[in-house]
Design a protein. Structure first.
Ligand code: TRP
Length: 333
């Protein structure tokens, strides 16, 4: 029997090449390598994003941008994929409430994101509940509903989300022991740490450091960003180190032959301007086709809505079956 593999992506609005190499490409590869009867459920965790996104336009645009990005990269090409928006599946929010009632408060007290906020408040001498709303506190329960509501077997996530999947397992066990066997116990599948993608200034690429290379901006903007990569002041004929930001970025896009050639050029000496030009060429070669597709989707919200709606219909069927089982066990039916 095929497995259900599920993961949520939060529309936080940072579409840069760090996400592309760190999240999008590895997921597509995983789908490609999976068994024929596996099912991949990918969803926009839009209601999870409500916790930090309070501007309605930003919320809406981030959702469309994220959907357009994954579609442009080819997510929906495989018939194994069900791509939907969390908020379209009403069943999950009913399940969320039912699960709240078998979730010990102490389990939530231990969740990393909540604990981090409490620690920050303590450090700043603030009330421990400062900036803690119930969305943050209950975040892991909604995530458990996302997972358990789809009969999930595996949840591919980064290491930062591992605890959330373990909490979902605890909640599943708690429900099963209260009402009888109902839920699979989901397992986290920790994605191998893709080497950190470094940003223009050599630190980890992150929106908060303002050092990102945007994924879908036009060719000129891409070039401008690549020109901003920090280099040293060595002259053209001095040998260059490959332990440099520019080389690490070049390497992401280059073929292995191109990479070897660049290593030789670095040994002999090459101007940084020339390296940047070549980096721009290989980056543009990779990004131009997906940029075109992205622009097509992002200018066609209706198409995105239709695709997500088709996904939602399939996902709802699964969630409905799970909720029927749950509602029978709790005595509603
Ligand atoms: N919390 C996840 C994140 O911030 C997103 C998410 C929501 C998720 N629900 C999920 C991931 C269910 C995996 C399974 O990245």
């Amino acid at each position: 029997m095929g497995k259900i593999i599920l993961t949520g992506i939060k529309p936080t609005g940072d579409l840069h090449i760090g996400n592309y190499f760190g999240a999008i490409l590895p997921s597509l590869k995983m789908i490609e390598k999976s068994k024929d009867d596996d099912i991949f459920m990918f969803f926009l965790a839009d209601y999870h994003a409500l916790n930090t996104l309070k501007d309605k336009n930003e919320f809406k645009n981030n959702c469309y941008e994220l959907a357009a990005a994954w579609l442009a990269c080819g997510l929906a090409k495989s018939s194994k994929v069900i791509f939907y928006r969390q908020s379209d599946i009403d069943e999950l929010f009913k399940l969320n409430w039912i699960l709240c009632n078998v979730t010990p408060k102490g389990l939530m007290n231990r969740a990393h994101a909540y604990k981090a906020q409490v620690e920050l408040n303590k450090t700043n001498g603030q009330d421990i509940d400062h900036n803690v709303n119930m969305g943050l506190y209950n975040y892991p329960v909604l995530m458990a509903a996302d997972i358990l509501g789809m009969n999930t077997n595996f949840v591919p996530v980064g290491i930062d989300q591992k605890q959330h999947v373990e909490i979902a397992r605890e909640i599943a066990k708690s429900f099963n022991s209260t009402y009888g066997e109902c839920f699979n116990l989901p397992e986290a599948f920790i994605k191998k740490e893709v080497a950190t993608i470094i940003g223009l200034d050599g630190r980890k690429m992150s929106k908060s450091y303002n050092n990102v290379i945007p994924l879908f901006k036009d060719e000129k903007t891409l070039k401008k960003h690549i020109d901003r990569i920090v280099t040293d002041s060595s002259s053209v004929d001095e040998p260059k180190s490959t332990d440099t930001t520019i080389f690490k970025i070049y390497e992401l896009f280059a073929t292995s032959v191109e990479k070897q050639e660049m290593i030789r050029a670095f040994e002999k000496g090459i101007g940084w301007g020339e390296v940047k030009k070549k980096t721009n060429e290989v980056a543009n070669r990779e990004l131009a086709p997906i940029r075109e597709k992205y622009n097509y989707y992002i200018n066609n919200h209706k198409l995105i809505d239709e695709i997500l709606q088709t996904g939602a219909e399939k996902a709802k069927k699964i969630a409905r079956q799970v909720l029927d089982r749950v509602e029978t066990l709790i005595g509603k039916k």
